[in-house]
Design a protein around this ligand. Structure first.
Ligand code: AMP
Ligand code: MG
Length: 475
């Protein structure tokens, strides 16, 4: 297809000095097969409306080339579980380039692309299981209104990939505003390449914030944007019950998008100490640690940039992290409770409900969705009743009609969420080439706030076995 071959990549990142990447092609599968194509995202990226996704497969697999792409693997480093790792990089990813879209530049990146100079001991591949999880999560996040990378297309193969068991290899095209991570700057700082830091800062400004000056002031403004968007992103995670799982600095996008999902999980029963990553023995990335880990990561970025930004302002920016986080969190929780006016103890009211839910092991998504529909779950004990009465008193201070309140609440409290057990069931079937459950799950995740009587089953809290699934780091 001529249009695909001539796809207009801008290759801005590939225009940087070679210290930032390794130029290379990737390793095709022998028998690639289409698993899923994201039509809506394809149209947003300017792919032909009548595109047959089968035509895209040879380009993604690497049998045919996009004439205008300058593929490369990126160099970066990062703090993993708090420890400094001086050399990371795309060990299984290839950046195809940037596309100019109506929403700004978008990176296209192949994940699971085979070995690169950064593969270390890895095989360069990704398994179908983790690829489907990332595909599902990108859609779930996006449609909940949480900034996130997404996936354009997923292809599978018969190629065995060895993890805890033998699985199948897959590739996907990840679409994100950028693949520049906190770890890109840390790499330059801690590997005696500091002269490249202003080059990367200029690249980011030029690509995403052209209104900012290329000076210490502009770099500090950029730092402020990064820190604020990180604080607000993590507030959204907390409000929707999302645990990322591997908040290493190399998994933090500088544009505040959810990125590089590992063994992520959405809360089922409300448990603030929830650890979604089975390999995270110390609970560093437990659900309730995410806000402070986000701040820790911002400090790591500040340390990398310290000679290029205004330090006094940077301290204030870091100090404002907490305020930005709570502003965003309060805004969402007010909506979750249907509040349009501000009372100083609104967040405490939400926190009281949460601690009750924790004690009673109540499903997080179910509880908030039912607050405006059928709050009878609160009447199972005295403390629940007392909270509900307090909540009613608070609602008496509101001027919105009950109908309007219900509308606000139902557009903030999703009916459907990407439950671990649902992903697990969809994956088990997809591994046997049955995509029915995957398609149904995608349907509800694309409309998480809408009732869907046909797929009502998918809104149910998990059965007991579904709460106990262990997600390891392997992917
Ligand atoms: P992640 O935990 O997925 O963020 O990966 C951390 C680092 O390990 C990154 O540099 C990845 O590119 C690399 N990596 C992860 N899995 C593999 C693999 N199977 N082969 C090569 N590199 C990998
Ligand atoms: Mg990563």
């Amino acid at each position: 297809m001529q249009e695909l071959e001539n796809f207009k990549f801008s290759n801005k990142f590939a225009g940087l000095p070679e210290d930032f990447f390794h130029r290379q092609n990737w390793t095709p599968f022998v028998n690639p097969k289409l698993i899923h194509f994201n039509k809506e995202l394809g149209e947003q990226l300017g792919l032909p409306k009548d595109l047959n996704p089968q035509d895209l497969v040879p380009y993604i697999n690497g049998n045919k080339t996009f004439k205008n792409s300058d593929p490369l693997s990126m160099t970066y480093a990062g703090h993993q579980f708090g420890s400094w790792v001086p050399q990371l990089g795309d060990g299984r990813g290839i950046l195809l380039g940037q596309l100019q879209t109506k929403d700004g530049l978008m990176d296209l990146h192949i994940k699971g692309a085979g070995k690169t100079p950064y593969s270390r001991f890895g095989d360069g591949r990704a398994v179908l299981r983790s690829t489907i999880r990332e595909y599902l999560c990108g859609e779930a996040m996006h449609h909940l209104g949480i900034p996130s990378s997404r996936s354009l297309i997923m292809i599978g193969s018969d190629e065995p990939v060895f993890r805890e068991t033998t699985e199948f290899g897959a590739m996907m095209v990840r679409v994100a505003k950028t693949h520049i991570r906190f770890g890109h700057f840390e790499y330059l700082k801690h590997n005696q390449k500091t002269e490249f830091i202003p080059i990367l800062l200029k690249h980011v400004i030029d690509s995403y914030f052209p209104e900012l000056p290329e000076s210490i002031d502009g770099y500090t403004d950029l730092f402020e944007i990064i820190i604020n968007s990180t604080a607000r992103l993590i507030a959204k995670w907390q409000a929707f019950g999302f645990a990322h799982g591997v908040m290493n600095t190399d998994n933090m996008s500088i544009l505040g998008e959810t990125f590089d999902f590992g063994p992520f999980g959405f809360l089922d029963d409300y448990d603030p100490g929830f650890i979604c990553n089975h390999s995270d023995h110390g609970g560093r990335y437990a659900f309730n640690n995410q806000p402070s880990i986000g701040l820790w990561n911002c400090h790591a970025l500040a340390a990398a940039l310290k000679d290029h930004i205004d330090i006094e302002r940077a301290k204030e920016i870091i100090n404002d992290y907490q305020k930005n986080f709570y502003d965003e969190l309060s805004t969402i929780f007010r909506k979750k409770l249907g509040l349009t006016t501000h009372e100083s103890d609104d967040l405490s009211l939400a926190e009281e409900l949460l601690s009750w839910m924790q004690k009673k092991k109540i499903d997080y998504t179910f509880a908030f969705r039912n607050l405006s529909k059928d709050p009878s779950f609160l009447y199972t004990d005295q403390a629940g009743k007392i909270w509900y009465e307090k909540y009613q008193k608070r609602l008496n201070k509101e001027t919105t009609s009950p109908i309007e309140r219900k509308r606000i609440m139902e557009s903030t409290n999703p009916k459907f969420i990407l439950r671990n057990y649902l992903a697990h069931e969809a994956i088990k079937d997809a591994e046997k080439s049955n995509f029915h459950k995957l398609n149904n799950l995608l349907e509800v995740l694309k409309n998480p706030f809408q009732e869907n009587s046909k797929l009502e089953e998918l809104a149910k809290p998990p059965p007991e076995w579904g709460k106990k699934l262990e997600i390891s780091c392997s992917s």
